[in-house]
Design a protein around this ligand. Structure first.
Ligand SMILES: Cc1ncc(COP(=O)(O)O)c(C=O)c1O
Length: 410
């Protein structure tokens, strides 16, 4: 019998300095343990697979493979910019959002996660500053952190600091402010939406700092109620007169509306920025899988609007169930956001309650899971917060899970 060699890593001394910022999050490790059927999980935040348009997707693959010409291009290398008919669909979609643009303004990415990674790679030198909200999307922090930035904090609704204050802090940190990053609609993790006035101020701040705005719109289509707020890119194009003069890079994705499985997202930005990003795309993975883009084009053309309606109806019911259960069961001293769309509610616990410690007890004693909030803070603060997602459990399970969780908090 042979024994496995002891786990050593002789490569470690050779790692680049950026590797020191690439850590498995303690939370992701913990969440791996939660795949047990008896756990009610508010942790994931992934779309409900019951919504995936399996039939339309299956037929699209079958039709492509049944046509030798289409199959040949679907299984071949393809252009780094993206599959032209899909790019045309995206151009039309951006036009409907108030951003007139052309093919030259789009690059297709493997989800918006790849877009975040590319923009970090393009914009950040070590010690540069990325301006982010606190909390913000954990995956963005992971994507940016490989490029060794420092972070400073945006507070869009309260009013941001002065441009000079950000610039001075960035210079003291050894670099300059390279971009502002926000998830303006039903953000991950808080579920909150940045108001139109606050978007305008953020555009003003970014103009004064002369830096790009990365607008991550992963959940923007999932509005259940309230009034639509224009995307920041549309507001900026209205100010500057043309997409090629816009400082906003719009990150779009089909993940929360159609399916994350095909890994299709996009960046819409000035043609000059897109040309640079296309070079990064070439260096990174040449192109997104042509067949997945062909399928996504067919699916988006066949049922985008219908899928969005279905998703809104399903998640709205679950959001209602979660807000009702929180109101019914949470003790005084606990507060939470009331999202008008998206997949998340953000809970602030009394100051002495630690979200990570609560998760351990919640899993062991109540069979309920969530994500402790501190993971979403660049500086690790926010210990008394948690993110609850209502995207997967049924309304009945949501009611039951929140009641069980509240007993541990009270
Ligand atoms: C705010 C935000 N941005 C980007 C992503 C990445 O999504 P994808 O790469 O599937 O488009 C997610 C995924 O959860 C997200 O929550």
């Amino acid at each position: 019998m042979t024994t496995a060699p002891a786990a050593t890593n002789e490569f470690e001394p050779r790692y680049a300095s950026r590797a020191s910022r690439m850590k498995a999050s303690e939370i992701r490790e913990l969440l791996k343990l939660l795949d047990q059927p008896d756990i009610i999980s508010f942790a994931g935040g992934i779309p409900d697979p019951a919504l995936f348009p399996n039939d339309v997707i299956g037929k699209a693959y079958a039709d492509i493979m049944a046509d030798p010409k289409q199959a040949a291009s679907g299984l071949q290398y393809s252009t780094s910019e993206g599959y032209p008919p899909l790019v045309d669909w995206i151009v039309g979609h951006m036009g409907r959002l108030g951003v007139p643009c052309t093919r030259d303004n789009i690059v297709v990415t493997n989800g918006s996660q790849q877009a975040l990674e590319f923009l970090g790679r393009l914009l950040l030198s070590p010690n540069d500053t990325a301006l982010v909200t606190a909390p913000t999307y954990l995956g963005a922090l992971q994507a940016f952190s490989s490029y060794e930035p420092r972070y400073d904090t945006l507070t869009p609704e309260k009013g941001n600091r002065t441009p000079a204050s950000y610039t001075e802090a960035a210079a003291a940190g050894g670099g300059s402010v390279k971009f502002t990053y926000v998830v303006p609609d039903f953000g991950n993790p808080t579920g909150e939406t940045i108001s139109q006035a606050a978007r305008q101020s953020l555009l003003d701040l970014s103009a004064e700092l002369d830096c790009p705005v990365l607008e991550d719109t992963a959940y923007a289509a999932l509005r259940f109620e309230g009034t639509d707020v224009p995307c920041m890119q549309a507001m900026d194009v209205a100010r500057s007169g043309h997409i090629d003069r816009s400082r906003v890079a719009y990150l779009g994705t089909f993940s929360k509306t159609l399916t994350p499985g095909l890994r299709v997202g996009w960046i819409c930005a000035s043609a000059a920025l897109i040309r640079r990003l296309v070079l990064i795309k070439q260096a990174s993975d040449l192109n997104c899988a042509a067949i997945n883009q062909m399928v996504m084009h067919r699916v988006a053309t066949a049922c985008y609007a219908e899928q969005v309606q279905k998703a809104r109806a399903l998640y709205r019911g679950r959001r209602d169930a979660m807000l009702a259960a929180l109101a019914a069961h949470m003790p005084v001293g606990v507060t939470w956001t009331k999202p008008e769309g998206g997949l998340f509610v953000w809970v602030t616990l009394p100051p002495h309650v630690d979200g990570a410690a609560l998760l351990k007890r919640a899993v062991a004693e109540a069979k309920v899971a969530f994500v402790p909030g501190h993971a979403f803070y660049a500086d690790g603060s926010g210990r008394n917060t948690m993110r609850l997602s209502y995207s997967l459990p049924s309304e009945a399970k949501i009611a039951d899970g929140i009641a069980r969780l509240a007993k541990l908090v009270g």
